[in-house]
Design a protein around this ligand. Structure first.
Ligand SMILES: NC(=O)c1ccc[n+]([C@@H]2O[C@H](COP(=O)([O-])OP(=O)(O)OC[C@H]3O[C@@H](n4cnc5c(N)ncnc54)[C@H](OP(=O)(O)O)[C@@H]3O)[C@@H](O)[C@H]2O)c1
Length: 340
């Protein structure tokens, strides 16, 4: 199952990224394709000036909160299941472990990390499980903040819309991204979770135990992760803090309810350098996940999709600012300071 899922995720990320890359080639014969794709990618302010026909098949932009509600539920489930799996089945440090419980949670020996492969593979697999816990913890911090912001910080204009295709892409993204972060152990985690739930149903709560809980044991293995995991987490935090600030700036521009349909030039934080610093921060955030993962192939693909998607949207946002405001700061770039 793991191989099929990994393959499916890889194909999905590549299939999502390739059209954007093709549409971004500066070749006049591809202009129609660029405009075609842009029709799906426009939202909020960049869709305001579109013709009424291109506003067909749209949903309110405030539906962004659906992405994060889904992301919080799904990431929390994966995080809890992976953490419990790692603690009970894949310890990184020696502890008087729950080996007796392992067999009752993992059936079908061929799927068990303990029953096949070399010793080094087992250690590698255990390490990857704990790395997945860290990546999911970071993702949780991101999607929780985004859910809060879509509800309490952003004041979406009632007329702001996004294409239904963009909406479905968002739902896909927040299903596939958390899965990609734990794809190296996801089939064992699902097996573990399903056996645990079955046991819970059959035996009842009182007789179903996950071995002795030792809170330090849940945290200590995370401290044993290699340096790249913590460097990635620091990069993630840097992007996270700046995205929070930039979203606050955007939210504050509509403090009064009369301003809810207004657009102004934002200033402060990374707005000094680029028109879409919140997109730049998102790239830093996913760059942090990439570094933390030790440059895993899957996270490269996730990162590639995120960069392509946001650079494409940022280019249109930059053009929109230049068209709308005569006094727009000319030194600002679209998304990458001093480059693009
Ligand atoms: N990982 C990914 O692939 C991905 C994809 C998409 C988005 N995201 C993230 O989601 C976050 C939000 O994205 P978004 O595309 O919704 O951002 P956005 O279009 O900039 O909108 C954010 C909010 O700010 C308002 N706003 C934007 N510019 C404004 C201005 N000049 N004056 C007044 N209000 C303004 C918008 O109002 P209107 O609604 O009226 O426009 C909206 O309420 C970003 O941080 C982005 O990185 C990530």
């Amino acid at each position: 199952m793991e191989m099929e899922l990994v393959m499916l995720l890889r194909v999905a990320w590549i299939a999502g990224t390739l059209p954007i890359l093709i549409a971004s080639i500066p070749w006049s014969k591809l202009n129609w394709f660029h405009d075609f794709l842009l029709g799906f990618a426009k939202r909020g302010k960049t869709m305001q000036s579109s013709s009424s026909s291109s506003r067909k098949f749209t949903v309110p932009q405030k539906f962004f909160c659906h992405f994060y509600a889904l992301a919080v539920a799904w990431t929390t489930f994966l995080l809890v299941a992976t953490w419990l799996y790692a603690y009970n089945v894949a310890p990184l440090v020696s502890q008087p472990l729950q080996f007796s419980s392992i067999t009752s949670y993992l059936t079908g020996g061929s799927h068990s990390v303990w029953s096949h492969g070399s010793q080094s593979l087992k250690i590698e697999q255990r390490y990857r499980s704990w790395l997945s816990v860290l990546l999911l913890l970071l993702m949780e911090a991101q999607v929780l903040r985004r859910l809060y912001e879509t509800i309490y910080v952003f004041k979406y204009s009632p007329s702001a819309r996004m294409h239904i295709f963009g909406y479905l892409t968002g739902l896909f993204f927040y299903t596939a991204a958390p899965l990609s972060l734990c794809c190296t152990c996801v089939s064992e985690v699902f097996q573990f979770a399903s056996n645990f739930i079955q046991e819970l149903i059959v035996k009842g709560k009182d007789q179903t135990q996950l071995g002795e809980s030792n809170w330090w044991g849940f945290v200590y293995p995370l401290l044993k992760l290699k340096w790249h995991a913590w460097l990635g987490a620091a990069i993630f935090l840097w992007g996270w803090i700046h995205q929070r600030r930039c979203h606050e700036i955007l939210g504050l521009m509509r403090e009064n309810s009369e301003q809810v349909d207004e657009y102004r030039i934002p200033y402060g934080d990374w707005f000094r350098y680029v028109s879409s610093p919140h997109y730049l921060a998102e790239i830093v955030i996913y760059g942090g996940l990439l570094v933390a993962s030790g440059y895993s192939d899957m996270i490269w693909l996730l990162f590639g999709f995120t960069v392509a998607n946001l650079v494409f949207a940022a280019a249109e946002t930059h053009r929109w600012y230049l068209r709308k405001f005569d006094n727009y700061p000319r030194e600002r770039f679209a998304i990458i300071p001093y480059i693009y």
